[in-house]
Design a protein around this ligand. Structure first.
Ligand SMILES: NC(=O)c1ccc[n+]([C@@H]2O[C@H](COP(=O)([O-])OP(=O)(O)OC[C@H]3O[C@@H](n4cnc5c(N)ncnc54)[C@H](O)[C@@H]3O)[C@@H](O)[C@H]2O)c1
Length: 418
């Protein structure tokens, strides 16, 4: 098992291909993007990830990594392509199907195929196996199939790729053992073997667990608003119980994992996955709630302007996929509010981003939507001088509210009825 073909050179595929190459495998990275292939072959990167450039450069320099638009014969094939949602909240598996179909002509007896993309439980058995068997080779007999889901955190991908524990699901025992062999070459965490559908379910419920717990926190926050008390106090004090861990409330859930994967289970089992659906709906409803509160703050203001701080779905990253801020901004526009947006990290935004001064100039309220550290260092007295009306809505509860009040701001907090 010395030659590897990695289908998809994004946040997961490129680090995996590079780490395998620096561990002695001959790796061909395949992507449908010509620019991606060209960039990687030059030893450069097309995505932002700390430390990745160094590893890609070393991998290309060693001659162990090449990129191409087409797959080639290999001992092991990794599939690390996107698994987004369709508009009607169904798993869009066409990238996975396409990538699998592309490797079929190259398959030979003894090959191993590893699906890394997060997929609905049953994908390997019901979707991949029939495609792979178009090669004339039987899965579990002549070729091997495994699912090894990724758990890395953007920003720490290279560290977590190596240090995290891994779950490997094999279509059969031999598939699992062969997949373990390849991961053991670079993984320092524990490797747990199981069957393929269990591994698929493990990944999807990891994100579902987080989504449901965030939904509970958001619902508690809404209840606190109605009760005229503060979610921050309630969560802090409840979490003094040794077996309670109330999560953080916020303006919604974004990113392409937590807000996406639970829908896979809702699609498959609509009658059973009821809490999961409700959690999704609760989290997806938060941007509308945030918008209603902003509109209440702007009531009576002529030609109102809101200064939105943060477009990314979470603090200190540039990723705005599925960000709740996008929906808040859209809804404010629908209501006729002028919106000025600032984000220190996001590049290539479809929404025009402005410098902080332009954002605050003549604004009637600030809506802080992303917990970027930069915002903790704002000087509220300076900010107040630029605004028409000094109202702050802190949906992440990260600012020093006493300081903002002292600077003349009326401070509102998500989850607080005070
Ligand atoms: N990014 C993360 O932090 C993360 C974490 C855990 C799991 N995942 C899962 O990993 C999978 C991949 O995610 P990602 O973030 O790397 O996606 P990505 O969008 O960064 O990269 C995917 C790449 O695959 C390419 N591609 C699409 N179809 C192809 C094909 N037929 N052949 C070759 N290349 C093709 C795209 O051009 C793209 O460059 C998804 O299922 C995702 O849910 C991602």
């Amino acid at each position: 098992m010395k030659t590897v073909c990695v289908m998809g050179l994004g946040y997961i595929g490129l680090p995996t291909a590079s780490v395998l190459a620096t561990n002695g495998y001959k790796v061909l990275g395949v992507d449908v993007g010509a620019r991606v292939v060209e960039t990687v072959n030059l030893g450069n990167i097309h995505i932002e990830e700390p430390g990745l450039h160094t590893v890609v450069k070393a991998a290309i320099g060693s001659g162990n990594l090449r990129a191409s638009l087409q797959p080639e014969k290999a001992d092991v094939y990794f599939i690390a392509v996107p698994t987004p949602l369709t508009h009607d909240k169904k798993a869009d598996m066409h990238f996975v199907c396409q990538a699998t179909e592309q490797i079929v002509p190259y398959l030979e007896e003894g090959n191993l195929v590893i699906l890394e993309s997060t997929s609905p439980p049953g994908t390997c058995r019901d979707l991949l196996k029939p495609i792979l068997e178009q090669s004339g080779l039987r899965v579990g007999e002549e070729i091997h199939l495994a699912h090894c889901p990724e758990r890395v955190l953007p920003g720490k991908i290279l560290k977590e790729l190596i240090e995290n524990d891994r779950v490997i699901g094999g279509y059969d025992e031999t598939s699992a053992q062969k997949a373990r062999e390849i991961y053991a070459s670079f993984v320092e965490g524990h490797i747990f073997l199981t069957d393929v559908t269990t591994a698929e379910m493990v990944k999807v419920i990891e994100n579902t667990f987080r989504d449901v717990n965030i939904a509970l926190a958001n619902e508690i926050a809404l209840l606190c608003e109605k009760l005229g008390i503060d979610f921050g106090d309630v969560a802090r004090l409840a979490n003094r119980h040794p077996r309670v861990n109330v999560h953080t409330a916020g303006p919604g859930v974004g990113g392409h994992c937590i807000s996406v994967d639970p829908w896979f289970l809702v699609e498959q089992f609509p009658e059973t996955a009821r809490i999961i659906r409700l959690a999704r709906e609760c989290n997806d409803g938060m941007p509308a709630h945030v918008t209603r509160r902003i509109l209440a703050m702007l009531e009576g203001v002529k030609d109102p302007k809101a200064a939105v701080l943060g477009l990314a779905f979470k603090g200190n990253v540039d990723d705005m996929r599925e960000s709740p801020a996008l929906e808040v901004i859209r809804l404010l526009h629908v209501e006729g509010v002028r919106v000025s947006v600032h984000d220190p990290y996001v590049k290539n935004s479809p929404i025009e981003l402005e410098a902080l001064d332009a954002c605050f100039a003549g604004a009637d309220c600030i809506a802080l939507l992303t917990d970027h550290n930069d915002y903790k260092y704002l000087n509220p007295r300076q900010v107040a001088k630029q605004m028409r009306k000094t109202v702050l809505f802190d949906t992440r509860n990260i600012l020093d509210h006493k300081e903002w009040c002292a600077a003349g701001f009326q401070v509102k907090v998500l989850g607080s009825g005070r």
